[in-house]
Design a binder for this molecule. Sequence first.
Ligand code: PBG
Length: 319
Amino acid sequence: MRRLRRHPASRALVRETRLSADRFVAPLFVRQGKGVREEISSLPGVLRLSPDEAVAASQDLSSLGVPAVLLFGIPDRKDETGSEAWDDGAAVQETVRLLKKSLPELLVITDLCLDEYTSHGHCGVIRGGEVDNDATLPLLARAAVSQARAGADVVAPSDMMDGRVEAIRRGLDGAGLPHVAILAYSAKAASAFYGPFREAAESAPKFGDRRGYQMDPANRREAMREIALDLQEGADAVMIKPALAYLDVIREARERFDAPIAAYNVSGEYAMVKAAAASGWIDEKGIVLEILTGIVRAGADFVLTYHARDAASWLREGL
Ligand code: PBG
């Protein structure tokens, strides 16, 4: 087995998985203002940006070959229903408009969920102390239409309500936006790996947890059912989230479905690498490229990752 490992050129010829910047999507956190660049202590290197700064960051990403960004909004005000999610003047919608004007080659994906926008931090409307599934669907559709009208190419529902893909598809089609695609967070676990994100987005639930709508991390067959349902409802691509503790789910989804599959290398996965690297315990570049290679080898077509910028620039330098 060692003969073809001796020379870098033969290793390159027989390499089965190739990582490239065009498989990455960079998540960005946006909030109103100008010239805002706020650090997030649990996500070193990730910033909350105003729309103008998000454009500058996207220019940089695009010049490094990263084809897409995923926008999360940090609202000015939160309320019971999360109404800023469908406010045409909110930070996400404003950023989308600026990006489509200044960087038409960049694909703009908007995260679609109410948790950042609700005062209670849950992903839907609360009725009788619980997240009401069906009362949430029209609100998601409304937010999707607002994001799509601003120019979003893809909306990405991350709420885990049942039937939301169909409700969003109908909403978009009904609003004359049939060309806007849906990337469904289909198999999204109720995961401790989202901790740093919730600090970044100020979206930790104020009571209870998300286990009544996000998936039990223990269930792989159920993940396949979620994916099948979302595809049936009209999802254009599906996502598995988190990535690292769920590589078997990615692999099985790859074998079962022909649809494009995304994996989300989430905030906690990023924070662990950054913390160990800052302590000098690991080689950050080597670890990051190995992690991303592993996610792609497992079967993901593309990866949403906070490492997108660094990984793209390392790949440009050559391994
Ligand atoms: C919900 C959402 C979350 C993430 C993406 N979309 C948080 C949650 O479900 O609590 C987590 C992303 C990450 O951890 O990087 N809008």
